[in-house]
Design a binder for this molecule. Structure first.
Ligand SMILES: NC(=O)c1ccc[n+]([C@@H]2O[C@H](COP(=O)([O-])OP(=O)(O)OC[C@H]3O[C@@H](n4cnc5c(N)ncnc54)[C@H](O)[C@@H]3O)[C@@H](O)[C@H]2O)c1
Length: 332
């Protein structure tokens, strides 16, 4: 059995369940995964008391309404303090199930089995769980560490290309902010376990140094303020991973205007635009300013940007300054 922190790699799930001899397992997954993996799940959990709850697939499930529906179902099914909630899915399932686990009966044990690349390298790590409010994404949540995170890259074989790109966005980000050796493991083949582990290491190190997201954990937001603005502007028609690539391009160009980032970094990013067939964001960039204003990472009139100079660094600036920088960056 390979284990690091509380992450288990390619480990038989059956054997890990033995750690909870008197527990019932409440597995939460989405409709899409349930149809793909129903047989796998019933076989894997055959020797324990299992109940499966499905939620709709996609971001639309991360609502208070869906949270309430799941909680009420589990309470009706008489969930007890020593039972276990298992998330089997991508970031949506993990975030919602984790939030249920954090709050139901004031908290029960949580196991996360990520099935998307993004969830394996990002959302399943670091303890952030939550749902969306009508006012914005991830505004309701908690910190809840999974007791076990079970990673098996075989699940990625059924993952559509667009979902892989969502993961690659976070992988390229991790390479830029902290570990450039990651670039050499990025190919157009299926992602390897070695790659997944390296990217996890970047997030885990930042989370460890700043669990409550006051300082260095913000490096993980490289490109993300712009990505969120791009998603909002498109009314969420641009998928997250594509928006992250486009956001990183804008952040690198701002770094170049400020003479912090080198042009070779921009060329490096552009390589992945062609590898994954991603189109750059349509200039001019200052169109994004109004969508940047109510980003969670901005306080009053100050905007926090993550820029790259070999590794990440934090820079705060006034909104007016950002407006000008966006205009100058558009000319590059
Ligand atoms: N908690 C955190 O720290 C954190 C970090 C980053 C992102 N997130 C959240 O993660 C969410 C996005 O997660 P996501 O990108 O994993 O999307 P997702 O959970 O919506 O999954 C994407 C799609 O892939 C399908 N799918 C999942 N695994 C599959 C598989 N193995 N085979 C075939 N299809 C599969 C799902 O059914 C869904 O349709 C967002 O809500 C975001 O806010 C959270």
């Amino acid at each position: 059995m390979m284990k690091k922190n509380n992450i288990y790699y390619n480990t038989k799930i059956e054997s890990l369940l033995k750690a909870y001899p008197n527990s019932k397992f409440f597995l939460i997954t989405d409709d899409n995964l349930f149809s793909l993996y129903q047989n796998f799940l019933t076989t894997t959990f055959a020797n324990v008391d299992l109940s499966i709850t499905t939620i709709p697939e996609g971001e639309k499930a991360k609502t208070i309404k869906e949270y309430q529906r799941v909680v009420e179902l589990l309470i009706k099914a008489e969930i007890r303090r020593n039972d276990v909630i298992v998330a089997f899915g991508g970031g949506v399932v993990g975030d919602l199930a984790g939030f249920v686990a954090a709050t139901i009966l004031r908290g029960v044990t949580f196991i996360n089995i990520p099935t998307t690349l993004l969830a394996m390298v990002d959302s399943a790590l670091g303890g952030k769980v939550g749902i969306n409010s009508e006012a914005g994404k991830n505004l309701i949540g908690a910190f809840k560490n999974a007791d076990k995170i079970i990673v098996n890259e075989q699940f990625l074989k059924t993952l559509p290309q667009q979902e892989l790109i969502n993961g690659y966005g976070e992988i390229v980000k991790a390479a830029f902010i902290s570990d450039r050796t990651i670039f050499s493991l990025l190919t157009d083949d299926q992602p390897s376990l070695k790659l997944i582990k390296k990217v996890q290491k970047v997030k885990l190190a930042l989370v460890k140094s700043d669990y409550f997201d006051k300082n260095k954990r913000q490096y993980l937001n490289f490109g993300h303020s712009f990505a969120h603005a791009i998603e909002k502007e498109s009314n969420y028609q641009v998928p997250h991973g594509y928006a992250v690539f486009q956001g990183m391009e804008i952040a690198l160009k701002i770094g170049m205007v400020l003479k912090i980032t080198t042009p070779s970094d921009l060329r490096l990013l552009e390589k992945y635009f062609s590898l994954y067939q991603i189109k750059p964001y349509q200039k001019p960039y200052f169109k994004l300013l109004k969508y940047l204003k109510n980003d969670k990472k901005n306080t009053q009139e100050l905007t926090t940007l993550i820029l790259i100079k070999e590794r990440a660094l934090i820079k705060t600036m006034k909104e007016v300054e950002l407006d000008e920088l966006l205009s100058l960056a558009s000319e590059l």
